[in-house]
Design a protein around this ligand. Structure first.
Ligand code: TYC
Length: 118
């Protein structure tokens, strides 16, 4: 059995009632497991990171083809921010770390953020 998480607390059990023959019946409501909270990873625009490095990051760490990566990079450049993918909390955090480490190693100020989505 999976461990209970705070996201999916035990569902209430209906008040017990007695059957016709006096048997006590405890009826559990059907389990409804909510899907996990998902996180979008976005890159932020800055004035210094080369466009080609951003394209490389989006292709390498988010699995996008070159045309898609260019489109996302240009959206970030124009609008200030762009979503590169949607992941579970842990995977999103790892993506952010991976991008930030690659940027730092290359000497660029590129920033990545993870944000919960609806
Ligand atoms: N604005 C940067 C430039 O003109 C390019 C850039 C795009 C930087 C996207 C960061 O997330 C970014 N070189």
């Amino acid at each position: 059995m999976m461990a209970q998480t705070t996201d999916n607390p035990p569902r209430p059990v209906r008040p017990e009632h007695e059957d016709d023959d006096g048997t006590v019946v405890l009826e559990r409501l059907p389990e409804k497991t909510k899907p996990p909270q998902m996180y979008q990873v976005a890159l932020m625009n800055d004035d210094y990171t080369p466009m080609e490095f951003v394209v490389f990051v989006i292709m390498e760490f988010f699995g996008k083809d070159r045309d898609t990566a260019i489109a996302i990079m240009l959206k970030i450049h124009v609008e200030g921010k762009g979503i590169c993918g949607v992941f579970s909390k842990d995977v999103a955090a790892t993506k952010v770390n991976t991008v930030m480490e690659a940027a730092q190693n290359a000497g660029h100020p590129l920033q990545a953020v993870s944000e919960p989505i609806d």
